[in-house]
Design a binder for this molecule. Structure first.
Ligand code: AP5
Length: 220
């Protein structure tokens, strides 16, 4: 079995592209950010622990994140293929992922680095809106819903993530540079890093990743 990782700054488009790829492959999308937000919404003890860090744009502790990813992998079928989004984010998490995949005899096939200029990610995060009910992701000008503030898929209300406030975005970008960018070298040295253009349309980025996986992308 195999796994891939989507790596990139906040707002690089990891979640958006992961959704498109999941629809056309057997990779199961694992977003640690989504898992944490669901835990906050449900009032789960994990969410209570993580909430403060998330709202400040800081990383949640490695122990918490590694614990929840291990739990998810252990509960999944033995032949599952995974697409990680937002994980790993530190060297410690990357090493723990290596161990977990080895236990599952799963190969880390590629780590896709979505490259996007800083000013573009800031603009993307400032305009991002998310459906409270189904989690669909929009952008007020790039990927707008048909009716302002309303989800096209389920009619749910669209909201802005608290950590998309400008000051928190700048903090998240600094955290990425300090703690996550080191993973670029880590994966480059292992020959699994694939750089993709994250500044073009979401379909073009998804198609580039699919081509690298030897697959054809059906545009949406
Ligand atoms: P997480 O949810 O993982 O946030 P992130 O990595 O900061 O990434 P984002 O979700 O903000 O961006 P994205 O790259 O998915 O962009 P998107 O596709 O939405 O983590 C949140 C927090 O949880 C962290 O700060 C931390 O506290 C904690 N956490 C999570 N994982 C952790 C871990 N492993 N360790 C420790 N802590 C962890 O796109 C952004 C916007 O741009 C959208 O509006 C979208 O519509 C638009 N857009 C996307 N692609 C395009 C395109 N090609 N063209 C035009 N617009 C586009």
């Amino acid at each position: 079995m195999e796994a891939i990782v989507l790596l990139g700054a906040p707002g690089a488009g990891k979640g958006t592209v992961a959704g498109l790829i999941e629809e056309q492959t057997s990779f199961s999308h694992v977003s640690t950010g989504d898992i944490l937000r669901a835990a906050v919404k449900e009032g789960h003890p994990l969410g209570c622990k993580a909430r403060k860090d998330m709202e400040a744009g800081q990383l949640v502790s490695d122990d918490v994140i590694v614990g929840l990813v291990n739990e998810l992998l252990d509960a999944g079928p033995p032949d599952a293929c995974y697409m990680f989004d937002g994980f790993p984010r530190t060297l410690e998490q990357a090493r723990k992922l290596d161990e977990a995949l080895a236990r599952k005899a799963t190969q880390l096939r590629s780590v896709f680095l979505l490259e996007v200029p800083r000013e573009l990610v800031v603009a993307r995060l400032g305009g991002r809106r998310i459906c409270r009910d189904c989690g669909a992701v929009y952008h007020v000008s790039n990927i707008p819903p048909q009716v302002e503030g309303v989800c096209d898929d389920c009619g749910g209300e669209l909201y802005q993530r608290p950590d998309d406030a400008e000051a928190t975005v700048l903090n998240r970008l600094a955290v990425f540079k300090e703690q996550t960018a080191v993973l670029i070298k880590y994966y480059e040295s292992r020959g699994v890093l694939v750089r993709v253009d994250g500044a073009c349309s979401r379909d073009e980025t998804a198609a580039e990743i699919m081509a690298s996986l030897g697959r054809t992308f059906q545009a949406q």
